[in-house]
Design a protein around this ligand. Structure first.
Ligand code: IYT
Ligand code: CU
Ligand code: CU
Length: 316
């Protein structure tokens, strides 16, 4: 949408003494290949603690396949935009994902009284936006793209802080031709209560279904289950399932090695695989932890009790 480009380079807009918006836009780009990933870094406009309370996507439906927003301390680059298609080309330090928009999926909204805490004093100095341009045939007219996001922000402390719990497998190997390979991840939870409200799954081509659970006193409760072949947005989580000290959080990704002629490992390219279950939660701001992760392979003893649904592929 060319009119999107008219309003870019907008400085942060002050709405009143506490509320403002921040526009994150591509600077009029013209991708020359399908499946181009472009990233852009934006300094968080304030040193003070501030809170993202809403996201407004502006994406050209015909070209943008997905958009992700990360927060971090040190982006890979700060000059205009860069190609971030290869392995982890977003931040030098640990990036934490805060938003995902994917074509044909409804975007996530934060619950009331919940915000992502950012600000150059709180260890979140930059926003990094990644846009995946899928089919570029709509660029044959050489128009330029300014897709992006508007963040609604406030300086007003929010009662609850949003965060991400990432479960990922680091050691899965998928044998060629083998019909089913499970990647299991599980960790004991040892912090203050969290309230999951959205989840996102991520694998590459071989993933069939990804499920996340809370295990309490041996009972498995589903947090979310999705096909990673559907748009990889954040989907609503099962709100009844909250997580507290002593619970175990577990995820399983089901892969198939059919169609491959060599082993597939975890890695950054489209010939590699990943197994990710992201849980977006909120937590009382008094003891907020904005990012947690789990990379421990689950034990056979634990996973023998996983509900059967976790092994049932989701038709797409
Ligand atoms: C090896 C792997 O699974 N990488 C994932 C998860 C990951 C995300 C972040 C790892 C690290 C991070 O800082 I954020 I270290 C991965 O790269 N996932 C992709 C994006 O990078 C987010 C995805 O689309 O979920
Ligand atoms: Cu995409
Ligand atoms: Cu990946």
């Amino acid at each position: 949408n060319p009119s999107d480009c008219v309003s870019r380079v907008k400085p942060p807009q002050l709405l009143n003494s506490q509320n403002f918006t921040v526009d994150l836009r591509m600077p009029g780009v013209l991708p020359t290949q399908s499946d181009t990933y472009l990233c852009m870094a934006f300094p968080v406009p304030t040193t003070r603690d501030s809170y993202i309370v809403d996201f407004l996507p502006h994406a050209s439906m015909d070209t943008v396949h997905h958009m992700l927003l990360f927060g971090c301390q040190t982006p890979v680059s700060t000059s205009s935009y860069w190609d971030c298609g290869s392995v982890q080309g977003t931040c030098e330090d640990e990036a934490s994902i805060m938003y995902a928009w994917a074509r044909n999926a409804p975007p996530t909204r934060l619950p009331k009284d919940v915000g992502f805490k950012v600000g150059r004093n709180s260890g979140m100095s930059y926003f990094v936006m990644q846009i995946h341009y899928g089919d570029i045939s709509a660029f044959s007219d050489h128009h330029r793209d300014c897709s992006g996001l508007t963040l609604r922000m406030t300086l007003k402390p929010q009662p609850f802080i949003a965060g991400i719990y990432l479960l990922m497998s680091v050691d899965t190997v998928i044998l060629p031709g083998k019909k089913v390979t499970n990647a299991d991840v599980a960790c004991e939870y040892d912090s203050y209560p969290i309230y999951p409200f959205a989840f996102r799954t991520h694998t590459h081509r071989l993933g069939k279904v990804v499920s996340g659970y809370r295990i309490r006193h041996g009972k498995w409760s589903l947090i979310g289950r999705q096909s990673p072949q559907l748009p990889q947005a954040f989907y609503p989580a099962n709100k009844e399932v909250t997580v507290r000290y002593g619970d175990t959080i577990a995820a399983r990704c089901v892969f198939t090695g059919e169609g491959r002629t060599s082993k597939t490992y975890i890695g950054g390219t489209s010939n590699d695989e990943m197994c990710n279950f992201y849980m977006m939660y909120y937590m009382d701001s008094k003891h907020a932890v904005p990012f947690m992760s789990c990379m421990d392979p689950g034990s056979k003893d634990l996973f023998q009790y996983i509900p059967a649904e976790a092994n049932v592929p989701i038709a797409v």
